[in-house]
Write a protein that binds this ligand. Structure first.
Ligand SMILES: Cc1cc2nc3c(=O)[nH]c(=O)nc-3n(C[C@H](O)[C@H](O)[C@H](O)COP(=O)(O)O)c2cc1C
Length: 283
């Protein structure tokens, strides 16, 4: 399988590592690229991340629930890391978010000045205190602010679910170069001992079970003529999953939860099967 161009970056293969705890460390990011990632998206950088939330992950038989939000590392540290990645020519995409559209635009400028060549707007995290009720207007405001502040290519990360087509259209109209679909989607589990919700509420659900939902969303967007590149993300754990996303119209694919088990070996397996290009039965 040939490489692919995503957000102006020439990737050796279409398997990217999605934003998450595993991409919250400089060393992991470098090693994931060494292990074969076409690109790596950083944990979402935020100038003012919530401080007092109980941020945890819980494994379920069908995937993972997580209550994490943004990196707790200071922006200046990330800028230093991003400068190093740029100097070494590594395909690292900075995921960014902020409390207001203008703050996000300003953060995007700082990231661009550090030499980073592409961004993902991590604006769809549902784990903040009041959850996320996303609207096309909100997506438009964040996207437009970043477009007004920087000429860097960027993807807007959205969550599958209600009103997706309107939100994706808002991102496109406000100047996004791509969308990433999907962030985690709302999920809950009940603790059999206490009868209460695990983690105390509804949080981000990810892993194999969300793949059919996200595939359907990508396919529906394409069916309605959505023209921007789509970076498909949700439940990828094999070469076949990657090819399924490409088959419904994704340009490239991101993988996250699967990497919580044997991170580098799992990535290598997915990339190898993807590049081999014949994963319809196994891989
Ligand atoms: C523990 C954890 C942390 C995550 N942190 C972020 C984040 O900081 N920013 C973001 O855009 N997405 C974040 N995500 C979402 C993933 O990037 C991805 O969109 C989602 O998990 C679906 O893909 P998957 O099923 O392959 O995990 C996180 C997911 C998990 C499980």
């Amino acid at each position: 399988m040939p490489g692919v161009t995503v957000l102006g970056l020439d990737l050796t293969n279409p398997v990217m590592v999605a934003s998450g705890l595993l991409t919250d460390q400089e060393r992991n990011i470098r090693k994931l690229i060494e292990a074969g990632a076409g690109a790596v998206v950083t944990k979402t950088i935020h100038p003012n991340p919530p401080a007092h939330l109980d941020e945890r992950i819980v494994r379920l038989p069908t995937g993972m629930l997580n209550s994490t939000t943004y990196t707790k590392r200071p922006v200046d540290l990330w800028l230093r890391w991003l400068r190093g990645f740029a100097e070494d020519g590594l395909p690292v995409i900075a995921s960014v978010h902020a409390d207001t559209p203008v703050d996000l635009g300003e953060l995007a400028v700082r990231v661009e000045l550090a030499g980073c060549r592409a961004l993902e707007l991590g604006i769809s995290c549902l784990n903040e205190e009041d959850g996320l009720s996303d609207t096309p207007e909100r997506v438009f405001a964040y996207t437009r602010a970043v477009r007004d502040h920087t000429s860097l290519p960027f993807s807007v990360k959205l969550a599958s679910g209600e009103g997706l087509r309107e939100r994706a259209t808002a991102a496109a109209e406000a100047g996004a170069d791509a969308i990433t679909l999907s962030d985690t989607i709302p999920g809950a589990a009940v603790d059999p001992e206490s009868g209460r919700l695990v983690l105390g509420g509804v949080f981000g659900y990810s892993g194999p079970a969300i793949k059919p939902l996200v595939l359907a969303s990508v396919w529906e967007l394409r069916r309605h003529g959505f023209a921007l590149p789509v970076l498909g993300c949700g439940g990828v754990s094999s070469g076949r999953d990657v090819h399924d996303y490409l088959a419904v119209g994704a340009t490239a694919v991101q993988v996250y939860t699967a990497l919580h088990t044997d991170m580098y070996e799992t990535l290598d397996r997915i990339v190898t099967a993807t590049v081999a290009g014949a994963p319809r039965v196994s891989g």
